[in-house]
Design a protein around this ligand. Structure first.
Ligand code: F6P
Length: 486
C-alpha cells in the first residue's frame, strides 16, 4: 500500500520550530519513517492555477512532503470561516460561538474539491489516502466524484459532540453524508464514535451494524484509534533538554520554588480562564503556597483573525494581570505568562522541570500535552499530571489526578494535593501512565489505522458512484481575489 496522508497543516523535518498543532508534530516522525507521502498546505495562497498547484515536493525520511498553495479566493472562507468559526466550535460543543457567514461553506467545499484534484497526482495503483481532521470532512466524497476507487480513510482529531449539537451547523446533513464516502472513519474515543453513529442512525436513518454504516457509497466502518506519542523518544529528549539554555535559565530562576506548567494553543476549548481562576483560588486559600509555587503558562496565539480568539486573548491577559497584581510580590510573579510557541526539544525540558502539569481543557479530542508531560518526567522523581475529565487522554491516563474544569475549587484543591503528593504515589501513578503510553504509541496508532483501512476496503461490497465523465481539473473554478493566509 502506498500511503498518502493529507492534512491542512504539515510539519517540516529537522527543525525545532514552534509547532502549534498537536496533529502536525505527532504525525511527523511516523510519516517520516513510513515512506508515505504527506500532502498539506504550504501556508501560502494564490490565484490562477493553470497547472497543478504543488509549491514544493521534498524528501521526507523515506517518503515525501508535498505542499500546495491554496486558492486565495476561498482560503478565508475555508480556514477562518467554515473550518474554524463553524466546525471547530460545534465539534467542541461551543454552539454559542458558531459564526456562519454566507460563502464560507461553498469556500470550504471548493478547497476540499481543490485538494481532491491535487491528490489525483498520487492516485497510483496500490495507493491509499488517509485524510486528517475537520478541515477535510468532504474530501473523501470529492475523491469519489473524481473516480478514485482506492481506499480512503479519515481520522478526526477533535471530539464529535453529543446528540443534536452538530445540528448547529446548517450543512450538517450534507457533511455527514459526504463523510460516508470514507471507507474507515477513526475517532479518539468511544464516546466520539458513538455520538457520530447516533447521528447517522437518528438523522440519516441508516442502520448501523457492528460499527458499519451502509450508504450510497457502500460500507463505512467507524472505529476508535486513540492517538499516542513516542514516549521513549520524548523521555530521552526531555532528559537531554534540561541542559538547553532556555531550560537551564528557567531552572536557575526558580531558586527552590516549585513550578506548575500549562502549554496550550490560545483557544477557548483549552479552559485557560478557569485554570487561572483555580490558581488564584489556590493561592487565596493556601497562603503558604504563595512564593513557593508558580504557574508557567505558555499560550501560543492561534487563529488571531477570528473574533472569539482575540476576545479570549484579551480576557486571559487581563486575568493574569489581575492575579499577578493581587498575589505577586516585588520579587515574585505568580503566573509567568508567555504568548509564544516553543519547539518540542525545549518543551520537553520545560515539562521535566515542572512538578505539576495542568491540562484542563473544557473539551479536547485527545490532548497530547498530557501525554508528553508524563513522558518527560524523571522516573526517579516524577511530577504529577492534573487532567480534565473532558480531554480524550483522560480515558487512558486514569492514573492522573482527574478534575472537572468547571469546578474551580476542586481544581484548586487538586493542584495543592499534587504539590504535596509523596514520592511513592507519584512514582506509582507515573509508572501506570508510562505503561499505557508505551503500549499505545503513535507507531501503533499509525499501523493499526492502516491495517484497518486495508481491511475495510476489502470488506466493501459496493464502491462509489464513479464519475462517468472525465473530471475537469485545471484551471479551477472561480479563483479571483487575493485573500489572507495563516
Ligand atoms: O484537531 C486539532 C488540531 O488539528 C490539532 O492538531 C491542533 O491543536 C489544531 O487543530 C491545529 O490548529 P491550527 O492548524 O488552526 O493551528
Amino acid at each position: 500500500m502506498k500511503l498518502v496522508v493529507v492534512s491542512n497543516r504539515v510539519a517540516r523535518a529537522n527543525t525545532n520550530e514552534p509547532m502549534t498543532g498537536g496533529l502536525a508534530a505527532a504525525l511527523l516522525p511516523v510519516v517520516e519513517n513510513s515512506g508515505a507521502i504527506w500532502v498539506g498546505s504550504s501556508g501560502r495562497v494564490r490565484d490562477g492555477f493553470q497547472k497543478e498547484p504543488f509549491a514544493e515536493i521534498e524528501a521526507l525520511g523515506a517518503g515525501a512532503l508535498a505542499t500546495l498553495d491554496l486558492p486565495a479566493a476561498h482560503y478565508g472562507g475555508y480556514y477562518e470561516g467554515f473550518a474554524n468559526s463553524a466546525l471547530w466550535p460545534v465539534l467542541h460543543s461551543r454552539s454559542d460561538l458558531i459564526r456562519v457567514a454566507e460563502g464560507d461553506y461553498p469556500s470550504y467545499r471548493e478547497v476540499n474539491a481543490f485538494m481532491a484534484r491535487a491528490l489525483l497526482r498520487f492516485n497510483k495503483q496500490d495507493a491509499a489516502f488517509w485524510v486528517q481532521d475537520y478541515h477535510f470532512l468532504a474530501l473523501g466524497a470529492e475523491l469519489r466524484e473524481l473516480g478514485v476507487t482506492s481506499p480512503v480513510g479519515f481520522f478526526l482529531h477533535t471530539p464529535w459532540p453529543a446528540h443534536g449539537v452538530i445540528e448547529g451547523v446548517p450543512q450538517h446533513r450534507e457533511l455527514v453524508e459526504a463523510m460516508l464516502a470514507y471507507d474507515l472513519i477513526g475517532f479518539q474515543t468511544e464516546g466520539d464514535r458513538d455520538n457520530f453513529l447516533g447521528y447517522v442512525r437518528a438523522n440519516l436513518e441508516l442502520s448501523v451494524d457492528d460499527d458499519v454504516v451502509v450508504s450510497q457509497y457502500g460500507r463505512t466502518r467507524a472505529r476508535v484509534f486513540p492517538i499516542g506519542i513516542d514516549a521513549e523518544k520524548f523521555a530521552k529528549a526531555a532528559a537531554k533538554a534540561v541542559t538547553h539554555p532556555d531550560v537551564s535559565r528557567l531552572r536557575r530562576s526558580l531558586n527552590g520554588e516549585r513550578l506548575a506548567i500549562g502549554v496550550d494553543r490560545l483557544d477557548y476549548s483549552k479552559g485557560l480562564v478557569n485554570r487561572i481562576r483555580a490558581f488564584d483560588r489556590m493561592w487565596s486559600t493556601n497562603p503558604h503556597l504563595a512564593r513557593t509555587v508558580s504557574l508557567l503558562q505558555i499560550a501560543t496565539p492561534s487563529r488571531g483573525g477570528i473574533e472569539a480568539y482575540g476576545a479570549l486573548q484579551n480576557e486571559v491577559a487581563r486575568l493574569v494581570g489581575d492575579v499577578n497584581g493581587r498575589h505577586g510580590e516585588a520579587d515574585w510573579t505568580p503566573i509567568r505568562y508567555l504568548n509564544k510557541g516553543y519547539g518540542q526539544a525545549v518543551l520537553a525540558g520545560l515539562y521535566r522541570t515542572a512538578q505539576v502539569g495542568v491540562v484542563t481543557p473544557l473539551h479536547d479530542g485527545m490532548n497530547l500535552v498530557a501525554k508528553e508531560y508524563v513522558a518527560a518526567q524523571n522516573p526517579a522523581d516524577p511530577g504529577v499530571l492534573v487532567l480534565s475529565k473532558f480531554a480524550g487522554a483522560a480515558h487512558e491516563l486514569d492514573a492522573a489526578l482527574i478534575v472537572n474544569p468547571h469546578d474551580i475549587d476542586g481544581m484548586a484543591r487538586t493542584v495543592a494535593t499534587a504539590l504535596s503528593m509523596p514520592l511513592a504515589e507519584r512514582r506509582m501513578r507515573y509508572e501506570a501512565m508510562m505503561h499505557r503510553l508505551r503500549r499505545h504509541s503513535i507507531q501503533r496508532w499509525f499501523a493499526d489505522f492502516q491495517e484497518a483501512l486495508g481491511e475495510s476496503q476489502a470488506e466493501k461490497v459496493e464502491t462509489s458512484p464513479l464519475a462517468t465523465e472525465p473530471p475537469t481539473l485545471w484551471p479551477i473554478r472561480s479563483v479571483h481575489a487575493a485573500a489572507r493566509f495563516h
